[in-house]
Ligand binder design. Structure first.
Ligand SMILES: Cc1cc2nc3c(=O)[nH]c(=O)nc-3n(C[C@H](O)[C@H](O)[C@H](O)COP(=O)(O)OP(=O)(O)OC[C@H]3O[C@@H](n4cnc5c(N)ncnc54)[C@H](O)[C@@H]3O)c2cc1C
Length: 379
């Protein structure tokens, strides 16, 4: 029986744990956070073409719980079967891309739901610092001196991956893209949010002619019967200028820059952004080229879905090992070949989507607006 160490209890590492659990493959997950809610998980994500894969991998009760992590309690009605891209100057629709099924889930709640039934396999507060080969096994070292021995270790440790550093010491870094992004979460009244929700109840993106500005607008907490306000996330990105770049010295200068970017937007968007209270934290988000599996500039909104796809493919390979139909080295090699073949295509798509998001007029054949669908050719 193989023994697996998973590094990272983000949504991908936890889904992998669930998939291994359902195959009775022994595993532990090492996570540097102290708990699943140790760190704010900020945004909402859309699960779409990966949903059928999740249904194959996860128990029905867990799927039901994930469904309850959706952003809106009336999600069935709110989760439209499309993605909208608008012109930011007047809110007119540029493209409405259909999707078969869409669950907009709160990422923090999803991370709290996924440990269900595998809690005992997760070791929190475990910062992995090194990996050594040890014959046919690997030794995983943590910063507290702890060592874990396993048949193999899987890095599900995000964009600054320690495992990738170990595997590719020369080429582990992600490539920065020439765009800047500021992000903020703010409360809006029902009245302020109504025009935004008339574009899409939960999520839309937009491009501004002539400026290169791109907006991602996502409702994090829609108003309920009890609350009259709701939380909305605005991320604005734009091309870096060839001149000396402005350095934001503090939060006030980031907020000022965000508001300045919204000056040419349609009134409902401009007013919502202009009205963001002074002390609201604004973060500058690094825009990077996607790595093998996830992407930092996720303009297509599918990096998490690809993470689930990778989990599915890997767990299928391990099922064969567990059933005595394959050997570990061969199974891992096949998985890596497939993952890299798929990634070579999707990373370029993602980069192009990011470029096109900042380049008016929008090319209707751009990956920014084309259908999000499961890569059938790799299944
Ligand atoms: C604004 C925004 C919107 C997005 N929207 C979508 C969307 O709509 N649909 C979609 O599919 N995707 C979306 N994405 C992408 C998606 O959020 C990510 O792909 C996904 O969250 C990545 O999950 P992960 O588990 O791979 O990584 P992470 O969530 O980064 O988890 C990695 C974990 O590893 C741990 N870790 C790191 N290093 C170590 C170490 N050395 N030792 C131990 N533990 C370690 C970290 O603490 C962390 O918990 C979006 C991204 C952004 C930024």
């Amino acid at each position: 029986m193989v023994q697996v160490v998973i590094v990272g209890a983000g949504i991908v590492g936890l889904t992998l744990g669930q998939a291994l659990e359902s195959q009775n493959i022994p595993f532990i997950i090492l996570e540097r956070d102290a708990s699943a809610d140790d760190r704010g998980q900020g945004w909402a994500i859309t699960l779409h073409w990966a949903l059928p894969l999740l249904r194959k991998m996860l128990p029905q009760e867990l799927m039901d719980r994930i469904k309850r992590c959706r952003v809106s309690s009336q999600a069935a009605g709110d989760d439209a079967e499309s993605f909208k891209l608008i012109n930011l100057k007047d809110c007119s629709e540029i493209q409405n891309t259909p999707v078969e099924e869409r669950w907009r889930v709160n990422r923090g709640k999803l991370r709290l739901a996924l440990p269900e039934g595998v809690d005992d396999n997760i070791q929190w507060d475990q910062h992995v610092v090194n990996i050594e080969y040890h014959g046919d096994l690997v030794k995983v070292h943590c910063s507290d001196g702890g060592v874990h021995i396993a048949d193999f270790a899987i890095g599900a440790d995000g964009s600054g991956s320690a495992i990738r550093k170990f595997l590719c010491p020369e080429k582990h870094a992600v490539t920065p893209l020439p765009y800047r992004m500021l992000g903020v979460g703010t409360k809006l009244t029902k009245e302020q949010v109504a025009p935004l929700r008339s574009i899409d109840q939960l999520l839309f993106q937009g491009c501004e002619p002539g400026t290169g500005n791109f907006l991602y607008c996502s409702l994090l907490e829609p108003p309920t019967r009890e609350t009259s306000s709701c939380t909305v996330q605005f991320n604005i990105s734009w091309p870096k200028s060839p001149k000396q770049e402005e350095v934001f010295s503090d939060n006030a200068s980031r907020l000022l820059a965000l508001k300045a970017r919204a000056q040419g937007f349609a009134p409902c968007l401009r007013n919502a952004i202009e009205g963001i209270p002074e002390e609201t934290p604004v973060s500058e988000v690094r825009t990077c080229d996607p790595d093998w599996r996830r992407r930092s500039s996720d303009d297509r909104g599918e990096a998490g879905n690809f993470g689930m796809w990778d989990v599915y493919k890997l767990s299928e390979k391990l099922k064969r090992v567990n059933g005595g139909k394959d050997e570990i080295p061969n199974a891992i090699q096949k998985f890596e070949e497939e993952m890299m073949e798929r990634a070579a295509v999707t990373i370029l798509d993602s980069r192009r989507a990011c470029e096109d998001a900042h380049n008016w007029p929008v090319d209707r054949s751009s990956p920014l607006v084309t259908e999000r669908k499961m890569p059938q050719q790799y299944l």
